[in-house]
Design a protein around this ligand. Structure first.
Ligand SMILES: Nc1nc2c(c(=O)[nH]1)N[C@H]1C(S)=C(S)[C@@H](COP(=O)(O)OP(=O)(O)OC[C@H]3O[C@@H](n4cnc5c(=O)[nH]c(N)nc54)[C@H](O)[C@@H]3O)O[C@H]1N2
Ligand SMILES: Nc1nc2c(c(=O)[nH]1)N[C@H]1C(S)=C(S)[C@@H](COP(=O)(O)OP(=O)(O)OC[C@H]3O[C@@H](n4cnc5c(=O)[nH]c(N)nc54)[C@H](O)[C@@H]3O)O[C@H]1N2
Ligand SMILES: [Mo]
Length: 753
């Protein structure tokens, strides 16, 4: 190539799981990326913005750095020690194929597991491709749930019978109040359009209120009202708001009478005592405690007056939208909080109306996304994703009472085996993103338990160190893929290949094809297609349904397609208008405020039949708080996508890793802003500088999740990796991850920051 070559501009798009998808234009010269720019088209009126943020504009600096994994390697030291030796691709693939077969033949196909991994959140992703190959080879232990939405999805499904509870985002402009409950899209994006429409709403003068223990970036960016609340107490505040709404005659009784089950005595399932209804709980008919704002004030730390005022505002907004983030449900009893939001939407009749919002997980699908075809998994059993460490230790004992889902055609009662093989492809949940790192590490270090671990990543992450075979993956710049919007968006993105793969790096599909060859499944697995041919094939399949899509060649050339034809969706419009003709997709045909299914199970104490507040373990009232007086929550920072970009030090300036402490808590510990602190509980310890700020309420500490775990010689983490402090105890119903519920203590560290 000549030195004078002009830079070529290649459109591509990110594929990490940050909630946003953005247009990235790569300027390439002499096979190197010179710079990245992004989309500005929306300013001239072309749909929602797909503008890259600081992460997107840093993709090349993060992904193409010197610290990339370069060659396949095998473990030489103890597992987790991080000692490896370079091997050839042939040796790596031979080892994988032979362990794959040995473990299948010794322990059964269900001893093989593919870890949750979102590093490549695109159409072709290593984790689902590996599942495809395992299905063709007798099956594997699958999972359900995610680390993102375990509680809120199951709660939404329980009450509405579906997760499609979201209106389209434009509809926020029809609302009179936007109440963001534990929601911080200024950092978490949630979708490329979320902040765009919130800003438009703000411009229109629609009030925006945020309930969060932290004055989060969304409050700052929108200059919104902030109501601080003690973590994991939200459903007490929701109860008290419901109390006020009923007392003040703002209850939309016509709606609950017609569409809901279990709100009041007159609408209970047959055969259940009327006193079990939610209203009777609110009034304290059985326990003698009316769930007044005063009652909730003590639990939540929100003043009775503020609770009352918010209840009146939401109750009179007509319509108002109570929009839930996922933070409040990533808690020990996260299901209840998610249910509480739905209950308030029902009580105020904000379901099925323009400008309202049914709450819950709020899926809204206007266009079909392409998906990779998966053959049925002959093994037929699934665990809740958060319980994979449990399944390494005692899988063979795990039954439906541990949340195991068993295909009805299979006459088994428990898993056949513990997990013996893990494929961890583009994920950091093996260590960094799972809970209780010290315990997880102990489980994985025992090579007699899980006997074989394959990781494919770009970097030597905390998880990669636990691999037996460690493979170098390619980044978004080194192969093609199709990306889809995260939640509500209306576009498809094409990630063009921009440069050749670095070193000996390979896309997971390519080496999986070779493993398939070794297993005699080459043809069945690949169907004779390269990765690129699969993309074209699947895209063309989608075009038959989404007829607006352009030809593949044009799509690829432009790198993005924004749908022009986008219906205005209001969830449950039909059900509200005519519930007899269009029942809700639940067993009763109504929105189940009271759940008979839950009533008849064993969870009653920690997960009652109605969405009432239940005090969680490691909450503010737990006796353990004598020893560990601070509630520690995490959050998803703009500085990273989970653990991605942590190694890009230039990003530190966007949000340096710090433990947030209220001045009152800092002063009591003689800590000043920037001082080094020791943070600990019974599960682990870390050292990290503090940020002293009144952006966090007293009694609460906050640390953004995702920093790369870096233990010193004594096992104290020096990076501020929150999962050294989090718990493995799953939530009662969804068996979700409670990673925001933690009690800790903090003191000044001897060392300087
Ligand atoms: N920049 C960036 N964006 C991301 C990601 C990322 O890692 N980085 N991850 C993406 C993914 S996969 C997901 S699942 C989403 C995550 O999205 P969320 O789960 O919604 O994000 P969080 O930051 O965990 O929580 C949102 C807010 O809830 C608050 N919160 C925590 N506990 C409580 C509580 O008990 N009550 C109340 N009211 N609020 C509480 C937090 O302070 C935070 O401001 O974000 C996506 N977007
Ligand atoms: N304490 C706490 N823990 C949490 C959360 C929390 O709120 N608090 N949030 C949870 C949530 S919501 C989620 S979704 C999970 C996310 O957990 P993970 O899916 O494990 O997320 P990442 O840390 O982004 O891991 C992605 C990995 O893929 C690698 N990678 C990136 N791009 C590529 C690529 O192109 N090819 C390959 N081969 N590898 C690539 C990255 O280097 C990184 O190691 O974390 C969960 N963990
Ligand atoms: Mo997530």
């Amino acid at each position: 190539m000549s030195r004078q070559e002009e830079a070529r501009i290649i459109p591509t798009t990110g594929r990490n799981n940050c909630g946003g998808r953005c247009v990235i234009n790569a300027y390439v010269k002499d096979g190197k990326i010179e710079k990245l720019t992004t989309d500005t088209k929306h300013e001239s009126g072309e749909g929602i913005p797909l503008t890259a943020c600081i992460r997107g504009l840093n993709y090349h600096k993060t992904f193409l750095g010197e610290d990339r994994l370069r060659y396949p390697m095998k473990r030489t030291g103890e597992r987790g020690e991080g000692k490896f030796q370079r091997i050839t691709w042939d040796e790596a693939i031979d080892t994988i194929a032979s362990q794959w077969v040995r473990i299948r033949d010794t322990y059964g196909p269900g001893s093989r597991y593919v870890n949750y991994a979102t590093g490549v959140s695109a159409l072709m992703r290593g984790s689902s491709l590996a599942k495809r190959l395992l299905s063709l080879d007798g099956g594997f232990l699958d999972y359900y749930n995610s680390y993102s939405t375990a509680c809120i999805r199951q709660a939404t499904e329980l009450m509405y019978g579906t997760c499609r509870t979201g209106n389209c985002l434009e509809d926020w402009l029809n609302s009179n109040l936007l109440l963001l409950w534990g929601h911080n899209p200024a950092e978490t994006k949630f979708d490329s359009g979320t902040m765009y429409y919130l800003k438009k709403a703000k411009e229109k003068g629609i009030p925006i209120v945020v309930v969060d223990p932290r004055r989060n970036d969304t409050v700052q960016e929108l200059d919104a009202e902030w109501i601080p609340i003690r973590p994991a107490t939200d459903s007490a505040m929701m109860d008290a708001m419901a109390y006020v709404i009923v007392e003040e005659g703002l209850w939309d009784k016509a709606f609950t009478d017609r569409c809901c089950l279990g709100f009041d005595r007159e609408h209970m399932p047959e055969g259940i005592a009327p006193s079990e209804c939610y209203l009777s709980y609110l009034k304290g008919e059985r326990d003698g405690i009316a769930k007044t704002p005063r009652w909730a004030e003590k639990i939540t730390g929100v003043s009775a007056q503020q609770i009352r005022s918010l209840a009146l505002r939401y109750g009179t907004a007509k319509p108002g939208a109570l929009i839930q983030g996922y933070g409040p449900q990533r808690h020990a009893y996260g299901e209840q909080i998610a249910r509480g939001g739905i209950m308030l939407a029902c009580l105020t009749g904000n379901v099925g109306v323009k400008g309202g919002w049914a709450s819950g997980v709020a899926d809204c699908i206007r266009h079909k996304n392409p998906s990779f075809p998966q053959p049925p998994n002959p093994y037929g059993m699934k665990i809740p994703v958060f319980l994979w460490t449990e399944a390494v230790v005692r899988g063979h004992e795990m039954t439906e009472s541990d949340g195991v889902l068993i295909d009805r055609r299979i006459s088994r009662t428990h898993l056949d085996s513990d997990i013996k093989m893990i494929l961890n492809l583009a994920g950091n949940c093996l260590i960094n993103q799972h809970s209780h790192i010290n315990r997880t590490s102990e489980i994985l270090k025992d090579t007699s338990k899980c006997q074989f671990i394959v990781c494919s990543d770009l970097f030597m992450t905390a998880s990669a160190k636990y691999a037996d075979i460690l493979l170098p993956g390619v980044s978004m710049f080194e192969c093609e893929n199709i990306t889809m919007p995260w939640q509500y968006g209306d576009f498809l993105g094409f990630g063009n290949q921009v440069i050749d793969p670095l070193y000996e790096c390979r896309f997971e599909y390519d080496w999986l094809c070779e493993v398939a060859e070794r297993l005699g499944l080459g043809r069945e697995f690949s169907q004779g297609r390269t990765g690129g041919q699969w993309l074209e094939f699947l895209y063309n399949g989608l075009r038959e349904e989404e007829t607006e899509l352009p030809e593949y060649k044009i799509f690829k050339q432009k790198g993005i397609y924004r749908y022009k034809n986008n219906p205005h969706i209001i969830a449950f419009e039909k059900e509200r208008a005519d519930p007899d003709k269009y029942p809700f997709p639940t067993k009763s045909g109504k929105i189940e405020i009271f759940s008979e299914k839950v009533y008849r199970t064993e969870y009653k104490d920690c997960f009652p039949a109605i969405p009432r507040y239940v005090e969680p373990p490691e909450g503010a009232q737990d006796l353990l708080s004598d020893k560990y007086p601070l509630q520690l929550i995490g959050w998803h920072t703009k500085r990273r996508c989970h653990s991605i970009h942590d190694n890009n030090r230039a990003m530190d300036k966007a949000d340096p890793q710090r433990l947030w402490l209220n001045p009152q808590d800092a002063q009591a510990r003689e800590l000043k802003d920037g001082d080094m602190a020791l943070v600990w509980n019974d599960r682990g310890r870390m050292m990290i500088p503090v940020k002293v700020t009144d952006r966090i309420m007293a009694g609460v500490a906050a640390l953004s999740q995702g920093a790369w775990y870096r233990p010193d010689g004594e096992g104290t983490d020096r990076a501020g990796s929150i999962n050294v402090l989090t718990s493995l105890k799953p939530t009662p119903y969804a068996r979700g991850n409670p990673q925001h519920t933690n009690l800790v203590e903090v003191k000044r560290a001897e060392e300087e920051a």
